[in-house]
Design a protein around this ligand. Structure first.
Ligand code: 4AD
Ligand code: MG
Length: 431
């Protein structure tokens, strides 16, 4: 007997198949009994009828609780009313296990309860939809870079020094004689890679000990980080736009069912076509001023300011040339205006905040040395990084796209915690 996945039953109309899955719910109507089954590819209704279905299965029906694991055998029938368009007329049911009473009932649960049961919550249709979109976002981004001749270069997770500033480092003991840190970004290593391969990217988990309990912050999140040799700010601004366009196209092409299930307003995403909006930090300040939320020049935007600026646009907005004083040590200052950095942030629309951060890197040894000192970083930790400038330094640039914020935006989620299978937040390390 062929074991068939639910999303493939259409090819077996009139034939007998076995479906292995989990019971989402059951109901009976007169002498007919229904089992709703889920197998990860979809859901299907299995119909039990006296005379057609064996006695063993009819007896088993009454014992089955939600999430019992089953092998259901029967004939595939087309049925317009059934979700998915097909049902199974059951001849036999075998249970792998009859489940205990399932803690997640169809009633409303609080987020805390659901997060405590994240290992089970993953089975719900909403999480199924979100994490499928995540899968597609990562794949589309990787394919985008692969197709353009980038080489995947994995960055280390245990590092000896900080990349994005020392205040948000997770530190761990390294064999009792020194400290190691969980990587905040693979960037510095990608810079080494760009000098070896020309165009590289990494995609992996990064860590920030952020004490912020906002809907945009995780302590462990995934980033995809391209780095390009012989490139300037302009080059990677175009690259950032093209990447987002490629991700959006793939999600719209392959995840309609998921977006529909999430009740996402798809028209908002269909608008995401090039060109995106491009403004400077100074112009962003003016938008804030016009909105009655003036900010002195030189200060960074908080979440609420990002929301005001992004709400001004119906597509992503690229903001360039922030004050150098609020940006990381590795950024190159604008030679025409040294108080600003040749950097880039991309804000997603609808208040989803910054999804990309990056820019052109300082490529001069002496200036970089100074910046490392100013940032109060240990020169010896960055000896290797300075080597990249001593041996064939070139203009180069790159950025990092946060996977979870991108998924939260595309799915229309209230909080990034649902956009990663097992979120790590300031107050969440379980399960
Ligand atoms: O702007 P960030 O800090 O940039 C960097 O780390 C650069 N070194 C990247 C590079 O140039 N290669 O972070 C990049 C992106 C942000 O725009 C945001 O999408 C995401 O990473 N991000 C977070 N996502 C979830 N939770 C957090 N705590 C995040 N911090 C940053
Ligand atoms: Mg940033």
């Amino acid at each position: 007997m062929a074991i068939v996945k639910i999303d493939a039953v259409g090819g077996y109309e009139g034939q007998s198949v076995t479906i292995c899955g989990w019971l989402t719910h059951k109901r009976s109507s007169g002498r007919i009994r229904f089992l709703m089954l889920r197998d990860g590819t979809g859901t299907i209704q299995a119909t039990l009828i006296k005379g057609e279905t064996n006695e063993h299965a009819l007896d088993l029906y009454s014992e089955l609780l939600q999430e019992s694991s089953l092998a259901v055998t029967g004939t595939v029938r087309r049925d317009k009313r059934a979700p998915g368009g097909y049902e199974i007329l059951v001849s036999d049911v075998e249970a792998f296990q009859v489940a205990d009473t399932y803690p997640i009932a169809p009633k409303e649960h609080g987020v805390g309860f659901l997060m405590d049961h994240r290992h089970l919550w993953l089975r719900s249709s909403r999480q199924w939809a979100i994490l499928h979109v995540r899968h597609t976002v990562i794949n589309a981004a990787r394919r985008f870079f692969d197709d353009q001749g980038f080489t995947l270069l994995d960055a280390p997770i245990l590092t000896g020094a900080s990349c994005e500033g020392t205040t948000t480092l997770f530190e761990t003991d390294y064999f009792g004689d020194r400290k190691a840190y969980l990587s905040q970004s693979g960037q510095l290593y990608m810079e080494a890679g760009a000098m070896a391969f020309g165009k590289v990217y990494c995609c992996g988990p990064t860590f920030r000990a952020e004490k912020s309990k906002t809907r945009r912050h995780l302590t462990e999140f995934w980033m995809i980080e391209p780095e390009v040799a012989f490139a300037d700010l302009e080059t990677i601004m175009k690259l950032a736009e093209a990447l987002i366009v490629a991700i959006v196209e793939e999600v719209l092409k392959t995840r309609q069912q998921e977006l529909h299930l999430l009740e996402r307003d798809i028209t908002r995403i269909e608008k995401i076509r090039p060109p995106f909006y491009v403004i400077s930090y100074d112009e962003a300040l003016q938008i804030l001023k016009d909105a009655g939320e003036s900010l002195p020049w030189g200060e960074d935007f908080g979440g609420s300011q990002e929301t005001i600026v992004s709400n001004h646009f119906d597509k992503p907005v690229l903001i360039h040339r922030y004050p150098a004083q609020i940006k990381a040590f590795y950024m190159k200052n604008d030679p025409d205006r040294s108080e600003v950095a040749l950097c880039l942030d991309v804000l997603a629309p609808e208040g989803y905040g910054e999804i990309i951060g990056g820019g052109q890197r300082e490529d001069d040894t002496a200036i970089l040395k100074e910046k490392i000192e100013e940032a109060e970083l240990l020169a010896e930790d960055f000896k290797w990084y300075l080597d990249l400038r001593r041996y064939g330094s070139v203009p180069h640039a790159g950025f990092g796209l946060g996977i979870e914020r991108t998924v939260a935006w595309l799915c229309g989620l209230e909080h990034v915690r649902e956009s990663i299978p097992f979120p790590r937040l300031m107050d969440r390390l379980y399960p």
